[in-house]
Structures are given as C-alpha cells and as structure tokens.
Design a protein around this ligand. Structure first.
Ligand SMILES: Cc1cc2nc3c(=O)[nH]c(=O)nc-3n(C[C@H](O)[C@H](O)[C@H](O)COP(=O)(O)OP(=O)(O)OC[C@H]3O[C@@H](n4cnc5c(N)ncnc54)[C@H](O)[C@@H]3O)c2cc1C
Length: 457
C-alpha cells in the first residue's frame, strides 16, 4: 500500500496547485487522479481569464482568493513561462439598465480591493473596440483583466509538484474512505493509499468524495458552459475581453481573445444532471450565434474552428465550500465554480494555512529544485518555429508537424519526454497545440499519432 503524509484527491488546477504548494515542505505526497492525466476535467475547458475579482461578492472567500490568486498566478506565470496577456476588459452597456449598473459595479470592484475600473462613454468604448455593434451607451474598463493558458497552468503545477517529489497516481478514482486513528485509507481500483491527511479537490465530484466521509453538506450541480472558438483571422478585431454587464441571470456571454491567437464566444449557462456531459448542443450554438451577432456582427463572418463545453461545479451557495475537519485530518475544497483557475494558487495557500492550523506539521525544505520552465504555446512571445537560435541548435524545432498551429517536431518530442507526459492526442494538444487549429488534426493527425506510438504512448 502507498503510504504518504498527504493525499490530494483530484488532478485539476486546484489539486495540482495544492500538491505543488505542500510539496514545498518536508512531507511525502500523492495526488490521486481518476483519469489518465492532469487537467482533464473542468480545468481544460473554461474561458481562460485571469480575473482581477472586480465583480466577486465582496467579503466572500472567493473575493479574497481570486484577488490573491491573481497576484500569485501573475508572478508564477512570469517565473515559469505560463502564457499570459494583460489585454484588459471592457464591460459594455447596451441598455439604460446596464448604464445605470456601472457605478455600482465600480463601487463593488473597489470593495473587492480593485480600484482601477473607470466608467467611459460610448466613444471611448468604440475607440477600444471599433467593431462592436451599433448601440453602445457606455462602458466600464477593467484594465488588469487578463487572458492565460489554462493548460500550461495546471501542467506547471503538476510538473513542479512532481519535481518536488510528489507522486502523481493516475487511474486512482477514490471510491471508499476508511478513517483510522492515525491515518485514512483511500480505496481505489488501482489499490489503497494510506494518508495521514487528505485534501478533497475532486471538482465536480467533490460532494461525492465528501459523502464518503459521511457528510451531506452540499450538492454539486454541473452547470454547462458552451463556447465557440473563432479562427485566428478574427483576433485583430478583439484586442480586449468584451464583457456584458452581469445581471441576476449570471455573468452572461463574453467575447475574448485567447493566448493562442483565436477568439472565444461564450459561455452559456445551463444546469445539467450528468457530471460528465461536456457535449455541445444545437441550442447552445444558436444561442451563442445570436449573442455574437448582437455584440459584434463582423465576428460571425469569420470561421468557427471548434466548439467545446466545460462544467462548472455550481452548488447553489454563493461562495466556495471550504471546510476543514481537524479530527479526521480532512480538508474539503469544494464548489470551486467559475474562478478556480485564477484562485488556484491562493486556494493552495489557504489550504496550507488551514492544514497547519489543524495540526499538520510543516517544515520548510532547503533542497527545493528550481521551478520548471514551461514550453511557450502562447502567441505573445516567440514560439520555437520563430526562433532562429533554437532551430540552429536543434533543427527539429524548424520541422513543422502541425501547420495550422505551427507546432514543430521538437516541441512534440519534448512534450512526450516531459516529467508529466501526455497519455493521448488530447493531452498532447494541451501541451503543444498540435491538432487544435483550423483542420482539427486532419492533416497532422497521422504523423502526430505515429510520433506518439513511437514514444510508447
Ligand atoms: C465554462 C467555464 C468557464 C470558466 N472560466 C473561467 C475563467 O475564465 N477563469 C477562471 O479562473 N476560472 C474559470 N472557470 C472555472 C475553472 O475552470 C474551475 O474553477 C477550475 O478548473 C476547477 O478546478 P478543479 O481542480 O476544482 O476541478 P477539475 O478540473 O474538474 O479537477 C477535478 C479532478 O478531480 C478528479 N476526480 C473527481 N473525482 C475523483 C475521485 N473520486 N478520485 C480521484 N479523482 C477524482 C477529476 O477526474 C478531475 O480531474 C470556468 C469554468 C467553466 C466551466
């Protein structure tokens, strides 16, 4: 049986951030993930915004952790090379009601510790985003709202956790819990893991794992968000994140650039019962097309490259569900809904403080390896195919395999040999962008598949 000081259940962005954080101390650690890779759940399918937290509920844990997470992840991204672009956002007022809501939103932002929002007139909004539809009445700017690579974020945490000695146990779905006086046995089909302390970061199934401890304190309702990805030709028209004014019905549909050079339109918000249903729907498509046409008609003239859906772990509660059970050495990080990517590092920090307060002995290590340097898959910095120095030293970086996304054989080789390698084509896509372009892998699929087979994947 595997025996560790701390077991983290769930290899999404939150679980990986927690594993990385705790692996910085003199502890043995295992991350138990049901799937075959990190970041295969909600963490791979979101809107990829690094939020300032301007619109959070003031005084909530989410407000505190999003603001803190923004600062932590901004610093970490720069240190390890996670692609981030500080595009800024503008909330667009299309109606008198929207316009009247702007002062309250600016005030809310200030109560959340963010005082850089400004109310601007329609002319200023059109100057920022000329291709918006007619009828803009004004706007609110959020200059620090940013876009980030969600895939590299999770991978960087997992890579650093692993380099710090954490064990990443894939195919380990926790189905049972036996609490003993000194430790807890986590039952999985791949064997049992005995841990002194357990952190539940199981995302859409955080309530299911919580029930294994006998709790019935919350229920996750998977709230599907569908998104459309527009071709790169659409990107010059969308230099900022274009947000609607939020209403009682939710945050609404946004138009956002991506760090891969595309444009996103979405998400929808629809409560489901199936926690695995990430299919997209005709209704979702039509709803988004209508929204897109109303926001920016010219966007609809561009081609749609892909559509996808992610599931938010909604709970009906207005905040994250974070609770510690010191007696059973168990920490729940549940209901991390629409902001978990941004808050991930702050959640990990918060988890560390709660665990220490509950009695987990934390001794700093003096033998920590340097943080990893992640491959750049964003457009803001030069990619390998653009770097003559790299290609001169290693021609594999000049040999393109995926022409749509300009992914070289060198990058695919590196990903396959990385500390947290991909298990399938989707995993390789999240590490390199191979297959995520216009042709969706039609032209490069065979060669990419062959490279994976040759690497034994
Ligand atoms: C449409 C949409 C848009 C979003 N936009 C943004 C955004 O712009 N910015 C932002 O900050 N956030 C955004 N989010 C939220 C963010 O994506 C999530 O909060 C975050 O990914 C949650 O991460 P997680 O680790 O909690 O969950 P997950 O990524 O779902 O990870 C949980 C993991 O636990 C594993 N697991 C479950 N049960 C078990 C078990 N019993 N045993 C072992 N493993 C188990 C799963 O396999 C999964 O890999 C968005 C979400 C959606 C859906």
């Amino acid at each position: 049986m595997t025996e560790v000081d701390v077991a983290v259940i769930g290899g999404g962005v939150v679980g990986c951030a927690v594993a990385r954080e705790l692996a910085g101390f003199q502890l043995s650690l295992a991350l138990l993930e049901a799937g075959a890779d990190v970041g295969e759940g909600t963490s791979k399918a979101n809107t990829a915004i690094l939020h300032t937290g301007f619109d959070a509920v003031p005084g909530s844990l989410e407000s505190e952790l999003v603001a803190r997470g923004y600062a932590l992840l901004s610093g970490y991204s720069a240190a390890v090379g996670i692609p981030v672009e500080r595009t800024g956002a503008v909330l667009v007022a299309w109606t008198g009601v929207d316009l009247d809501a702007l002062p309250g939103l600016r005030e809310r932002a200030a109560r959340n510790g963010y005082d850089r929002c400004e109310i601007v007139g329609a002319d200023a909004v059109y100057a920022m985003v000329p291709s918006l539809a007619e009828g803009v009445l004004g706007g609110l700017t959020v200059p620090d709202e940013s876009i980030i690579c969600p895939w590299t974020t999770t991978l960087a945490f997992a890579t650093e956790a692993r380099q710090r000695g954490a064990r990443l146990l894939f195919g380990h779905r926790v189905t049972g819990v036996r609490v003993e006086p000194e430790a807890t046995v986590l039952v999985t089909r791949a064997g049992e893991v005995r841990a002194r302390w357990v952190v539940n970061a199981a995302g859409l199934r955080s309530d299911v794992v919580d029930e294994l401890y006998g709790f019935r304190r919350f229920t996750v309702v998977p709230r599907r968000g569908e998104l459309l990805v527009f071709d790169k030709l659409a990107r010059p028209a969308v230099s900022k994140i274009i947000l609607p004014v939020p209403s009682a019905a939710g945050k609404g549909v946004l138009v956002s650039p991506t760090i891969y050079g595309n444009v996103l339109l979405g998400p929808t918000a629809e409560n489901l019962t199936d926690r695995d249903d990430t299919s997209t729907s005709r209704d979702g498509l039509e709803f988004l097309l209508a929204k897109g046409r109303a926001i920016m008609p010219s966007l609809l003239e561009e081609e749609i490259t892909a559509s996808y859906a992610g599931l938010r772990a909604a709970t009906g509660r207005p905040d994250y569900v974070v609770e510690i059970d010191p007696g059973r050495r168990y920490l729940l990080l549940g209901g991390i809904r629409s902001t978990g990517l941004t808050a991930s590092m702050a959640l990990a920090e918060h988890a560390r403080v709660l665990l220490a307060g509950a009695g987990l002995a934390l001794k700093a290590r003096d033998d920590l390896p340097d943080p990893p340097r992640m491959p750049n898959i964003g457009e803001a910095r030069p990619r390998p195919y653009q770097r003559e120095d790299l290609i001169a030293a290693d021609p594999e970086y000049g040999t393109i395999v995926c022409f749509c996304e300009r992914v070289s054989r060198g990058e695919i080789r590196d990903a396959l040999a990385s500390p947290v390698p991909p298990r399938d084509l989707d995993g390789l896509r999240r590490r390199t962008r191979a297959g995520m372009g216009r042709c969706q892998g039609f032209y490069c699929g065979a060669e990419v598949g062959a490279l994976m087979r040759r690497a034994g994947r």
